[in-house]
Design a protein around this ligand. Sequence first.
Ligand SMILES: N=c1c2ncn([C@@H]3O[C@H](COP(=O)(O)OP(=O)(O)OP(=O)(O)O)[C@@H](O)[C@H]3O)c2ncn1[C@@H]1O[C@H](COP(=O)(O)O)[C@@H](O)[C@H]1O
Length: 108
Amino acid sequence: MSSPDTLARLEATIAQRLSADPDSSYVARLNAKGPGKIAQKLGEEATETVIAALTESREALVGEAADLIFHLMVLLAAKDVPLADVMAELDRREGTSGIAEKAARPKD
Ligand SMILES: N=c1c2ncn([C@@H]3O[C@H](COP(=O)(O)OP(=O)(O)OP(=O)(O)O)[C@@H](O)[C@H]3O)c2ncn1[C@@H]1O[C@H](COP(=O)(O)O)[C@@H](O)[C@H]1O
């Protein structure tokens, strides 16, 4: 079934696979290459998502968006950032206008 639980289940599966056998697990193989490689993969998937959104079918966009979210989840897991922390940040922003949110952010 598809729901917010989907991401929670995926997070648990990824956590379990991070240190699995790279011969049998894509997550383990990618994690063994380090956060730099995972981040590079995430960037590639982001580009593929943009291309799909602008030039490909709705089905292609759904597929690329799934790849993008999956690779973001792998990067968060590799960096020990629980999805709950990201959700809490989104909850904090809920009900705030995006413009006000940007103004409240610390300047770089
Ligand atoms: N959701 C996914 C998922 N989405 C995409 N992918 C993999 O991500 C890769 C996408 O990269 P590319 O399209 O660039 O294909 P590629 O050429 O194989 O990749 P590279 O060799 O360039 O790294 C493919 O190998 C896909 O199989 C995923 N692999 C795993 N999952 C989930 O993660 C779980 C654990 O997977 P394992 O670690 O393999 O057990 C699975 O049960 C799924 O729920």
